[in-house]
Design a protein around this ligand. Sequence first.
Ligand code: G6P
Ligand code: MN
Length: 424
Amino acid sequence: MQTLTILGGGSAYTPGLLQALIAHAGELPLTTVRLYDTDAGHLAIVARLTSAMAQQANAFKVEVAPTLEAAIAGADLVLNSTRPGGLAARRIDESLPLEFGLPGQETVGPGGFFFALRSVPEALRVAAVMQDLAPDAILLNYTNPSNIVTQALVNRGGVKVIGLCDQSDEDLLALCHALGRPARYTFRCNGLNHATWYSDVLIDGAPLAAHNAPLAPPDDYDDEHKLRFELSLALAREHAGYWPNSYLPYYLFPQAFVAHARRVGPRSDVVAASLDRYYAHFEAEGKRARPELKFFRGSAGFGDLAVTAIRALASSTPHELVLNLPNLGATASFAHDTVVETRVRVSSAGIERLPAPHLPTSFYGLAKQLERYQRLTAKAAAGGDHQARVAALAANPLVGKPLLAANMINQARASYPDWPKARA
Ligand code: G6P
Ligand code: MN
């Protein structure tokens, strides 16, 4: 497990990921990290910075690959962390649903569906190249919507796939912060990516319910994250013993997010406006003899989860983590081959699923709807025809009706500059 390839290597998330890999280089088997991106300018800036960082720490070699094939050939691990369509497409994912009175979110609802139509074919292309040029490699998929992309890859078969998302750590850290406790927590979980419930939560050794402090969102959260936290708290009050994934409020209080987005505009605009500052910092540090990375996109959890997963896969002692994988009996709430987000024990010998806790009973119906939506969308995005797309989008619990789904798809076809054509 010596060569790690990062697809989306020019992203503003990559320096933070590399910082985590460098900090743990002694525990990882890596000798080479290969970066590949379709944005050559950003790739050059990030590669220069991260290779200087890695060299200074004597960690591993950082190299740039000129093509997808060159990036993948001979790799042991391929980390897919791309955004097909870029922020311009994300802006449409976030705006178009609002015109139909639905939340505009890049992973939830219609926005997530349109993102999946772009992400799934790209991920399948990666899988095809891997099968040819790195048949034993493991594909670690961070690309969103992570559950749908991972489901499509699992359906395809032919490559080893693990889906990643660090949201559970982000949510638990927010709780620690709200309680004013150190970041020490354990939890179990069940559900689908961005739609899980946490249970058996212990913070700083004590059950969540035993902490009496009033819970307020972290100060550094923006308004949308504060809203998600406050609505999570409302859901937790209705479901004793549970805490929801902070994306669940989009499904359960959609109008709160519609109103919010109409007030503040799309998140992609905030992200786009911040990028110059990130790349200016990366470029400036990349030129220094001793580069110092002071900030990067994404939470620390993004890099930490990748480090934990890679370390676990290479280690003879099992490590526990939360991954997106085919259920295979971890929970009775979903079908055997549905990709679920679940706690597992990982080592070089394999992956052992730990029994998942029960979901709150009031969530059973929504869980089944989301499962059906995930499976239909994974198939439709992998090469379905127009009818398959309409049926998949209609299965989204926020959409519900085929006529509404068809109208949204027609509008989307006219809105995205590179609309992925359906199979005839
Ligand atoms: C969380 C989610 C990721 C998502 C990210 C978006 O970390 O778990 O799946 O990509 O938020 O962050 P952004 O800064 O792009 O809005
Ligand atoms: Mn995520």
